[in-house]
Design a protein around this ligand. Sequence first.
Ligand SMILES: Nc1ncnc2c1ncn2[C@@H]1O[C@H](COP(=O)(O)OP(=O)(O)OP(=O)(O)O)[C@@H](O)[C@H]1O
Ligand SMILES: CC(=O)N[C@H]1[C@@H]2OC[C@@H](O2)[C@@H](O)[C@@H]1O[C@H](C)C(=O)O
Length: 368
Amino acid sequence: MITIGLMSGTSLDGVDAVAVDFEANRMQLLGRAHAPFVPELRSELLALALGCENEIERMGDASRGLAEAYALAVERLLRQTHLAREDVAALGAHGQTIRHRPERGFTVQLNYPALLAELTGIDVVADFRSRDVAAGGEGAPLVPAFHAERFRTNFPRAVLNIGGIANATLLPALGDATPVSGFDTGPGNMLLDAWMSEAFGRLFDEDGRTAAEGRVLEPLLEAFLDEPYFRLPPPKSTGRERFDFAWLEARLLKLDPRRTLDPRDVAATVTELTALTAARAILETQPGTAEVLLCGGGALNPTLRTRLAAHLPDVRVTDTGEYGLDPMEVEGAAFAWLARMFLLRLPGNLPAVTSARGPRILGCWYPA
Ligand SMILES: Nc1ncnc2c1ncn2[C@@H]1O[C@H](COP(=O)(O)OP(=O)(O)OP(=O)(O)O)[C@@H](O)[C@H]1O
Ligand SMILES: CC(=O)N[C@H]1[C@@H]2OC[C@@H](O2)[C@@H](O)[C@@H]1O[C@H](C)C(=O)O
């Protein structure tokens, strides 16, 4: 069975489409395509995520733009892989998270799966998170079940996805009865991206160059670490509701009301925060972790990788590419896998991760 996963994450950089063949002995990656969001769509999605005027009309318009970007990514992928649409059993379309409030019993992924089915002529599976939340779960992270299927081995490993938010999956050695666990460790690239935009007018810190020129400001780091989320025990998940630019600005203003800090030092400190909180979370939850596999855009940031390795001294730090899955393909492949799980009517969540009342079939089907 071939399915395509479509993931547009909290970074709002665009959508990744990943085609996976599950008939082969191991799941085989057939290709990846990307469609960036045009700046107007990006800023609308950001406004909706933060809360804005006239939300219903704007959600309607943004959902159309989103389905068009998803369809463009699918068309690119079909062309590139020479797949016919009849070859694809379904698209697993995550949608765009614009609000995540599991503590209040809801999570909202903006999407327009009916339009996507119409534009592509392929069945769509969407709305993967709400059933888990309805069953009392966090609705996130959902990728740990896929990580376990693909990366669990005979020694304890962790997979660390560093997107806008960072999430870790702890994989005990095969045969160990300890359940797989996973949770959001806190900010991934989200605060760094926000700072790069504010201070340098750039979308992100390419190759970690800006942070590499700065030094970590200890008082600022301490102020960051005071955030209660880092002390919460799992299960836990978070998003832009907590770690937005306002979060960063509040702490910066308190420490540096006259804005005298070198912006490169702030970039270095924000990078350090991501590395330190993720490394601590892994070591505290699974102390014997022997290897950490990085994925997501943060895996492409050498400064962040160096800081992570410094905080994980006895752990081998590498990325999923070493095991055959490009770091930028992992989330898309996970949603291809989740679509397949839906088609097979198998549960996609791990209750030990999300704290849902039980395993649940995730998603909703829109035939072409
Ligand atoms: N060459 C690079 N150097 C440094 N950072 C990079 C590089 N390439 C990508 N990134 C970072 O990765 C981010 C995108 O990561 P990714 O696509 O994994 O996020 P996402 O899927 O949107 O987020 P999430 O996993 O939270 O849903 C960019 O916003 C940027 O911060
Ligand atoms: C609510 C939501 O969209 N959460 C995302 C986000 O991006 C990373 C982290 O926060 C993770 O919890 C989740 O995505 C991944 C794909 C997941 O569900 O596993």
